[in-house]
Design a protein around this ligand. Structure first.
Ligand code: SAH
Length: 362
């Protein structure tokens, strides 16, 4: 189970036998327990702006969506969220936004430095494909991690759903490598069930996670948004693609479980998109099938509905306090504990290397 070949991965992704799948869930849960423990790390999510220059065909905040009221949080608002994260005992804040150049290099650098100074929390940025100078400045200001999903490893599909910006070609995999050399911990991930996506593409995604040695891997079901071109065309495109991957929970759990087996030390969130398609216990099932992270939303309630990247997003009208109480309860109901500290995958990998090199000394 731990030495999976591409053929094994393909076989698991096609498997629908509930009894056999129990074996996959159990193997993923065991590796999770052995390698990253029972702690569930909490990353407080701050959705700081819904302005975006991109035209991603799947995304509800793409620039074409003119009916949307656009917002940008103030520095004071972001800092309040970060302080709340610390009060709740979260180890990390994630600052996410559309690709918004109104969030200038200097402004983000200042906010990152202020969060580090005020709270000491780990800071993850998820601000899209910014120039290297921005990424370097934010790292110098104290940012620890960068999160940018490559969405799909199928290049042709990626280009169809994520058009280039002007003449600058979008190559997120290359950018993740550059982020690594800048000293960031790197997070990425994919959507499952994109119209036009095949099982072979998902196998490619899994192998790419391993090749990039990602520290964090987020996997969520594609959710068609009616205000987007891909959302509107989804039904027709699904029937047109041979070997189309279905969107939905089961395929997402399989991807989460296989990712845990291939990348045992990674941080793997049980995503909000999963909680959206199964509001009752999607989050819990993700955590029982390989995931070890959740990302409670700290975005002030007045902005949440405007950051609707897909429809019926879970927790859209809850406050930070409500999300905090609800998630704490869900984690404890599984016999797990909210994690203490930053929960760094990189440190985990280093510790493992030191341990194994000491273990081999005469
Ligand atoms: N601007 C940032 C953040 C994007 S939103 C960036 O581009 O990296 C974060 C993630 O939400 C995206 O990477 C994508 O994987 C997911 N997402 C966007 N639209 C979605 C949809 N319709 N269904 C499911 N997930 C979606």
């Amino acid at each position: 189970m731990r030495d999976l070949t591409p053929e094994d991965l393909d076989g698991w992704l096609r498997c629908t036998d509930a009894e056999r799948l129990e074996e996959l869930w159990a193997a993923a849960d065991q590796v999770r327990r052995e390698r990253v423990g029972d702690e569930v790390h909490l990353r407080g999510l701050i959705e700081l702006s819904n302005h975006c220059v991109r035209s991603c065909a799947y995304c509800g905040i793409a620039k074409e969506h003119t009916d949307l009221t656009r917002y940008r949080m103030s520095e004071a608002e972001v800092l309040d969220c970060a302080r709340q994260a610390r009060e709740f005992g979260y180890g990390t804040v994630v600052m996410q936004a559309g690709e918004d150049y109104g969030l200038t290099r200097e402004w983000i650098a200042g906010v990152v430095a202020a969060i580090k100074r005020d709270t000491g929390l780990a800071v993850t940025l998820s601000l899209g494909e910014r120039p290297d100078e921005d990424l370097a400045a934010w790292r110098s200001a104290g940012a620890d991690r960068y999160l940018m999903r490559f969405e799909t490893s199928n290049r042709a599909l990626y280009q169809r759903i994520h058009p280039d910006l002007g003449r600058r070609a979008s190559d997120r995999i290359e950018q993740l490598r550059r982020l690594r050399t800048l000293g960031y911990e790197i997070g990425s991930g994919v959507m499952v069930g994109i119209p036009g996506q095949t099982i072979a593409d998902l196998v490619g995604d899994l192998l790419t996670f391993r090749d990039l040695d990602l520290d964090m891997i987020g996997i969520g079901p594609f959710l068609p948004h009616p205000a987007t071109p891909l959302g509107r065309a989804a039904v027709a495109l699904y029937t047109d693609t041979p070997d189309q991957v279905p969107t939905g929970e089961l395929m997402t759990y399989k991807m989460v479980a296989l990712t845990r087996l291939l990348c045992p030390c990674a941080n793997i969130p049980s995503t909000t998109a999963l909680a959206t398609i199964n509001k009752k216990d999607g989050r819990e099932l993700g955590l029982q099938r390989g995931a070890n992270v959740v990302m409670p939303n700290l975005t002030p309630v007045q902005y949440r509905a405007m950051y609707e990247i897909y429809p019926s997003k879970a927790c859209i009208d809850e406050t930070g306090e409500q999300c905090h109480a609800c998630l704490g309860g869900r984690i404890r109901s599984l016999g797990r504990e909210p994690g203490a500290g930053a929960g760094s995958a990189l440190e985990r990998k280093h510790a493992l290397l030191t341990e194994s090199s000491q273990g081999h000394q005469p």
